[in-house]
Design a protein around this ligand. Structure first.
Ligand SMILES: Cc1cc2nc3c(=O)[nH]c(=O)nc-3n(C[C@H](O)[C@H](O)[C@H](O)COP(=O)(O)OP(=O)(O)OC[C@H]3O[C@@H](n4cnc5c(N)ncnc54)[C@H](O)[C@@H]3O)c2cc1C
Length: 370
């Protein structure tokens, strides 16, 4: 397993004005980390903050079959998981909003590659789940897996940022960048301009659109995910259940999410009957009594898809004061604290460790499209 180089980590102070574009989890977590380090931060959002993929997700704080992913992504994930409790605590205390971080564990039902799982996950998983899960097994039990209620985390981050003095400009329309030589001079929308010393693009599935002629091969594209929501009594499902690409996620108040689809349909957020039937069929097989009353809500979100689920957390190859924190695909909520930390390190001139080379732009340019 790769070591994360943070044993003596000390944040560097940042003091120059920074504009973060995009108010999803990636942009808000970036703004939080930069503001925490003393930067003067403004966030620009074309619509309502926190209403796109970050709202639509399930809030599972883990790779779904962790052993299937490249080592650097696993290292970033494990570091993020380690940061999560303190990160949430600080946001909760600052904002006085509880994002409902809970270590509920995840049960992975067959089929899965048992040998690969046990080799790649030694010490963190058990093949025997607790008695409370008897009705849901057999499967591989990952007791450390946590979840967060992502819409509440977004609300908490927004409120926390306001209390830290960060201005969030919302409903300002689509933003573009003006440049001079090899620098960005301002973010622009209509006749409004936001000059700054450094800029962060965190516009999720729309990152290449925002960069436009400066996209430099950024391989991020929308991948739609649909979700159903059910309501039952609290505690009916004690943990996250995963089976063959689909999952159920129980919230503390009795809501249960059933997800999700992976659809390459461009910037189309409509929901479909096919997806509803498939997810409802999954729910009906695992929790027929809860499924019987039908889903109370059905929605879709657009994930920022990137090859091998490797995010791009990097300085732009040409525009020296422009950074990207995007392409987290299926795991943007999981990866938020570690990605923001890595971004802030890059912005203060720290050289990433060799284990993080895969997140840099040149590697991404060489990678095949999604
Ligand atoms: C169904 C589903 C389930 C998921 N489940 C999980 C999960 O369990 N765990 C997990 O870790 N992840 C999960 N994800 C993935 C996760 O939600 C995403 O990786 C993450 O939300 C991406 O965050 P983001 O901030 O990059 O993008 P977004 O949340 O989409 O935010 C981008 C923001 O940028 C704004 N924007 C776009 N263009 C512009 C512009 N030109 N100017 C200004 N603003 C702009 C948008 O309006 C938006 O607010 C799931 C996603 C989906 C859809």
């Amino acid at each position: 397993m790769l070591e994360w180089p943070d044993s003596d980590y000390e944040p560097d102070p940042v003091s120059k004005p920074i504009v973060v574009i995009g108010a999803g989890i990636a942009g808000l977590a970036s703004a939080w980390e930069l503001a925490r380090r003393g930067a003067q931060v403004e966030v620009l959002e074309r619509g309502t903050p926190g209403q796109e993929a970050s709202w639509a997700g399930a809030g599972i704080l883990s790779l779904l079959l962790p052993w299937n992913y490249p080592a650097p992504l696993r290292a970033l994930t494990e570091h993020s998981q380690a940061l999560y409790p303190d990160w949430i605590d600080a946001i909760h205390k600052t904002a006085a909003i509880d994002p409902e971080y809970r270590r509920t564990g995840m049960l992975i039902r067959a089929p899965y590659d048992r040998a690969q799982a046990e080799t790649g996950f030694a010490g963190q998983a058990a093949t025997v789940a607790p008695a409370a899960l008897t009705g849901f097994g057999p499967g591989l039990w990952l007791p450390e897996v946590a979840q967060v209620r992502n819409p509440r985390l977004l609300q908490a981050l927004l409120e926390g940022l306001r209390r830290l003095g960060v201005t969030i400009h919302s409903e300002i329309g689509t933003i573009s960048l003006t440049t001079q030589a090899n620098r960005v001079t301002a973010a622009v929308s209509g006749d409004r301009r936001w000059p700054a010393d450094q800029f962060v693009v965190a516009t999720g599935a729309w990152s290449a659109n925002l960069l436009d002629q400066h996209a430099a091969g950024l391989p991020i594209r929308p991948i739609r995910g649909q979700m159903l929501l059910y309501r039952t009594e609290p505690g009916r499902l004690p943990c996250i259940l995963y089976e063959a690409g689909q999952y159920l996620v129980p919230r503390a108040d009795g809501h249960i999410l059933a997800g999700s689809t992976l659809e390459d349909v461009g910037f189309d957020k409509t929901t479909t009957v096919e997806a509803r039937d498939r997810l409802h069929g999954f729910m009906s097989r695992l929790l027929p009594d809860v499924a019987a009353s039908g889903p109370i809500r059905h929605w879709a979100g657009l994930r920022p898809g990137a090859p091998d689920n490797i995010p791009i957390i990097a300085r732009h190859p040409i525009l020296e004061n422009l950074f990207v924190n995007s392409g987290h695909f299926r795991y943007g909520v999981t990866l938020a604290p570690a990605s923001a930390e890595l971004l802030a390190d890059l912005m203060t001139g720290k050289t990433p460790e060799p284990t993080l080379r895969l997140f840099t732009w040149p590697d991404i340019i060489r990678a095949a499209p999604v």
